[in-house]
Design a protein around this ligand. Structure first.
Ligand code: BG6
Length: 293
């Protein structure tokens, strides 16, 4: 264990553990709630509020291998979302989720347990990237980019949250009513307008643009509502692969699409970020839950 990793440990609040694939993760604790933050990809894989079921979904078929993404939790997509803008050989969703991140600092107070990781400068010298996870009566995740160059940088990004649900057929996503989106599955790339809450009966892959609205994942089977709010994010991606794509994906169980939905906090497409030299951009995600009666 390196000294800098050891320094992250805070008795009873932040522990260093060995996870799937022998990969190290930090376990943050706050009043009975728990978060697992993997160094691989700065990946929040697990969030469980006290006395509740896990809020984040993880695939039983996920890989836990160097250079491969983890399936589930909150992958960090950066500095591009989806395919690379001009090099198809580059990995989908950028290099951040494939890299081993480094510890920066941690703290634990009566208000929260907090840990910050950074992407090694060698992975992407043009910018400094940090991820801060704060566990309190909710979960906060902040992805901070600083431009190290003397010219503008452009990037796209997402905190690609996978939410655990009881049954996709009994789930709606609210908050995007009337918002405009691009349907990634349609050859028609013009903006569509969301009519009412989102429900799911087929593969769904949509990028809602120019929206900073909060969303809720309403899980009627589980009687739970997951609130997803954000700052400095103008895109929201809603994704469920449904059955055929699930079968095609090697790291995704054939029927696991039934128990997950992605509502992703992003800046992508026409909401790409242009950051002037020396400037900082911080995209912020907040997740909390509510019991429905
Ligand atoms: C979503 C995209 O954000 O991520 C989908 O909109 C994509 O098109 C999905 O299939 C999963 O991507 P990956 O690279 O993790 O399999």
């Amino acid at each position: 264990m390196t000294t800098s990793l050891q320094k992250m440990i805070i008795q009873d609040r932040i522990a260093l553990k060995n996870g799937h694939g022998n990969m190290p993760y930090l376990e943050l604790r706050f009043n009975g709630a728990e978060v697992h933050l993997y160094l691989h990809g700065a990946h929040v894989l697990h969030y469980q509020p006290a006395g509740q079921r896990p809020v984040l979904w993880q695939s039983k078929s996920s890989l836990f291998e160097p250079g491969k993404p983890i399936r589930g939790g909150i992958p960090v997509c950066w500095p591009w979302f989806g395919a690379h803008p001009n090099d198809p050989k580059q990995p989908l969703h950028g290099v951040a989720r494939l890299a081993e991140w480094e510890p920066v600092r941690s703290s634990a107070t009566s208000e929260a347990a907090t840990a910050t990781l950074k992407l090694p400068a060698s992975v992407y010298p043009d910018a400094s990237l940090q991820l801060t996870v704060e566990l309190s009566d909710h979960l906060s995740v902040t992805l901070t980019t600083i431009n190290n160059r003397d010219t503008d940088i452009n990037f796209t990004e997402a905190l690609h949250s996978y939410f655990a649900i009881q049954d996709i057929h009994a789930v709606t996503v609210t908050g995007l009513e009337g918002q405009r989106y691009i349907d990634k599955l349609s050859s028609d790339k013009s903006l569509q307008t969301q009519n009412g809450p989102i429900s799911f009966s087929a593969e769904t892959d949509r990028v809602y643009t120019d929206t900073s609205h909060a969303c809720a994942v309403i899980d009627t089977a589980l009687k739970r509502r997951i609130h997803v709010s954000k700052e400095n994010s103008l895109s929201t991606v809603v994704w469920n692969p449904w059955i055929e794509k699930s079968i095609r994906m090697p790291d995704f169980g054939d029927r696991e699409y039934l128990e997950m939905v992605c509502v992703e906090t992003a800046n992508c497409g026409s909401n790409a970020v242009t950051l002037p030299p020396g400037q900082t951009h911080a995209m912020h995600l907040r997740i909390s839950t509510q019991k429905d009666s």
